[in-house]
Design a protein around this ligand. Structure first.
Ligand code: ZN
Ligand code: FE
Ligand code: FE
Ligand code: FE
Length: 167
């Protein structure tokens, strides 16, 4: 059974499991973003991460809404992938010494987080549609759009300044 506490037999079970996975992951992101914000030096990077922390808090609430729409009480299940991404982020921030290199490390870690989220929300939107739940899909799509925008913003900050300064 591994990571799965209960067997998954239907697409509906898999949808709920994936919701629980990203619900756990979003909560870990809320806990870890303040450390990244604290270590970031570039003002635009700091501001962007702060904005995304606020968005992430709202994404947790949005997931709670989807659980309820789906007749489930909100519950998380350990996401080993997000735990790993955040552990790597902590390690790399701990060893990067120079400020600009630390900013570049934060951006690359934050983008790993966004990319994982994009895969999960992309899948959730597709599953919701397949299950005939366009209402759930629409709510999840709002978060997917925010994750894409956050990723794009990180790329813009990196390309504009941070990578050049770190080189
Ligand atoms: Zn269901
Ligand atoms: Fe998120
Ligand atoms: Fe996961
Ligand atoms: Fe995000």
């Amino acid at each position: 059974m591994g990571l799965f506490s209960k067997s998954i037999n239907t697409l509906d079970d898999l949808f709920v499991h994936t919701l629980q996975d990203i619900y756990y992951a979003e909560q870990q992101i809320v806990k870890n973003l303040p450390t990244m914000i604290g270590k970031a030096t570039d003002p635009e990077l700091k501001k962007g991460l702060q904005k995304h922390l606020t968005e992430t808090e709202n994404q947790v609430k949005r997931l709670e809404k989807v659980f309820e729409m789906h007749g489930q009480s909100p519950k998380g299940t350990t996401c080993a992938a997000m735990d790993g991404i955040l552990e790597e982020a902590e390690d790399i921030m701990g060893v990067a010494k120079d400020e600009e290199v630390t900013d570049a490390a934060i951006i690359s870690s934050a983008q790993a987080v966004e990319h994982y989220e994009i895969t999960r929300y992309g899948t959730l939107v597709a599953f919701a549609k397949e299950l005939g739940r366009d209402d759930c899909a629409a709510v999840l799509q709002q978060t997917l759009d925010e994750e894409y925008a956050a990723d794009k913003k990180l790329t813009a900050v990196a390309e504009a300044r941070v990578n050049r300064k770190a080189a």
